[in-house]
Design a binder for this molecule. Structure first.
Ligand SMILES: Cc1cc2nc3c(=O)[nH]c(=O)nc-3n(C[C@H](O)[C@H](O)[C@H](O)COP(=O)(O)O)c2cc1C
Length: 320
């Protein structure tokens, strides 16, 4: 069945795209315990995606039927590549496409991609139009920020709202602010008002500093946002997106370690030697946290160098 953003029950919850974090494996773990309403891939470069056999692009776009609806996030600067990438994404069976116009990393924006597009409406429009043309059947969203150097919600979000998008994901900070200041949720409210004033249909999704579902519901009530996206919240509460978000802090250490073990096994099974074990280590602090002795135990997990070592350590804790 075709995925339609507008048909989701309000407020809906989206797991944020996070490079080297929200791969297919982590999305499945989150999905099993506290499923979001929508998943998004890590951002994938359109040049890499369209050059055949580009391993990292294909890894970023790997998904299973358990992670649906699944949106492919892409970034780049050449409209022709967006056109081609959109065709491929449609052929791969994705439920939608999201264009990244928010990443503030210097090495990415120096050539005019991602958040640099906030200052280049003409190219942004060409990119949106080319993507639509490449996959006219797929819903299209843009994930962006509220300005480049300063807040320019009316100008930039107003412009995006006129591009007939299906969804607009607003990380409520400027590119310059990185993640250094609290998100400006009043700008999400402004975006909703702008959307309504313009009579546009795009759903507005607010993002930035949401800690869990309850917090997200509150922010949706206050701003009128249709949906809420949660990213780093899952580092502190694996169940942040679910109805059960208050349960995570109450779990026994053994329950958290069991999920860690499941994560390690699935990571090994999915990626094998294709992803370094070191990538997996950043997840340990999610599970080995919030109980007495967690920090000493975490150090032991950080010293492991293979999947097997991590499993043996987990088993030794579970058998005590
Ligand atoms: C480690 C990490 C990787 C990220 N990678 C992406 C990405 O690939 N695409 C994207 O649009 N945003 C990316 N982001 C930004 C998040 O999606 C989100 O907008 C930001 O973290 C603010 O939301 P939060 O406060 O809920 O984490 C990343 C953030 C983090 C912390």
């Amino acid at each position: 069945m075709k995925f339609i953003w507008q048909k989701l029950k309000r407020p809906f919850f989206v797991l944020a795209p996070m490079e080297d974090v929200t791969d297919s494996v982590f999305r499945r773990i989150v999905g099993k315990y506290a499923p979001p309403d929508v998943y998004i891939t890590e951002f994938t470069n359109t040049d890499a995606l369209t050059s055949l056999g580009e391993k990292s692009a294909l890894q970023r776009l790997l998904f299973t039927e358990k992670e649906r609806p699944i949106i492919a996030q892409i970034w780049g600067i050449h409209p022709t590549k967006f056109y081609e990438a959109a065709q491929r994404i449609a052929a791969m069976g994705f439920d939608g496409i999201d264009i990244n116009m928010g990443c503030p990393q210097r090495e990415i924006i120096k050539d005019g991609a991602c958040s640099a597009l906030i200052a280049n409406h003409e190219l942004a429009k060409h990119i949106i139009d080319a993507t639509k043309k490449g996959a006219p059947e797929l819903p299209l969203s843009v994930k962006t920020r509220i300005g480049m150097q300063s807040i320019e919600t009316e100008k930039w979000i107003g412009f995006l709202l006129e591009q007939q998008l299906d969804a607009l994901i607003i990380h409520a900070r400027t590119a310059k602010e990185m993640s250094d200041v609290p998100a400006h949720w009043n700008e999400v409210k402004k975006a909703v008002e702008l959307r309504d004033a313009k009579g546009q249909q795009a759903v507005v999704i607010g993002n930035g500093d949401v800690i869990d579902r309850e917090d997200g519901k509150k922010k949706a009530r206050e701003t009128g946002a249709d949906g809420i996206m949660i990213g780093r919240g899952v580092f502190h509460n694996l169940f942040a997106l679910g109805d059960n978000s208050s349960v995570w802090p109450t779990l026994a250490p053994e329950q958290k370690i069991s999920i860690l073990k499941e994560h390690v096994r699935l990571f090994d099974k999915t990626w094998g030697k294709h992803k370094k074990f070191a990538v997996l280590k950043k997840f340990f602090k999610i599970y080995v946290n919030g109980f007495p002795n967690a920090s000493a135990m975490r150090m032991k997990f950080m010293e492991t160098t293979t999947h097997e070592e991590a499993i043996v350590l987990a088993n030794s804790i579970l058998s005590k």
